[in-house]
Design a protein around this ligand. Sequence first.
Ligand code: C5P
Length: 222
Amino acid sequence: TGQATLAGVSVVISAGPTREPLDPVRFISNRSSGKMGYALAEAALRVGANVTLISGPVNLPPPSGVKLVKVETAQQMYDAVLSQSGQCDIYIGAAAVADYRPSQIEARKIKKQHDHGVITLEKNPDIIAAVADQPNRPFVVGFAAETDDLENYATGKLRSKKLDMIAANWVGQHEGGFDSDNNALQVYWSGGSQHLPMTDKHHLAEQLLTLISEKFHEKNTT
Ligand code: C5P
């Protein structure tokens, strides 16, 4: 049985989608609702943590007591997270960061011309990998939403991004996930894993936060 308290512990959580503009009126984004990240922020506040929530555009009220930083693009989220993560104890990357952004943002609305159009994309920085690469890194928790081969992809990301823990969930044909109120998680860390069965995101966030808190205290006392 671990410690559930995070009194005096600084937690930074990223949540929601990012928006990558094409022109003044259009963007590329995804279906992330931000519910999981916001529920984790609430759960962390309840056990006494100082919580900074770095959020993409979502339709959710910020939990009371949270320090909210609003961002739109992955680059803005990167800048906001990296400016906070050096001083925090736990970083939870719950945001659905766009992997790519349009190479060029047109100053004027793009007009329709041909039957086909081409959008050239370039890679966004990997925020969580950058957090984990810092010399004085916090305890780093990532998410992995997968349509197949959940365990292999999740444990691969745990290692390649140097995370302390990864919470993986199915998306696509299964119930729950991205846009939903419910979710189930398979959580991995080096040396163990735990299944958190399908439930509403508030209950799930509470269980995940308890697990994070346990492993965080374990790491800091060994
Ligand atoms: O590689 P993938 O996007 O599946 O990894 C998911 C994890 O990496 C999530 O925790 C997500 O917030 C984080 N991520 C990130 N920066 C990116 C892409 C993903 O922090 N550019």
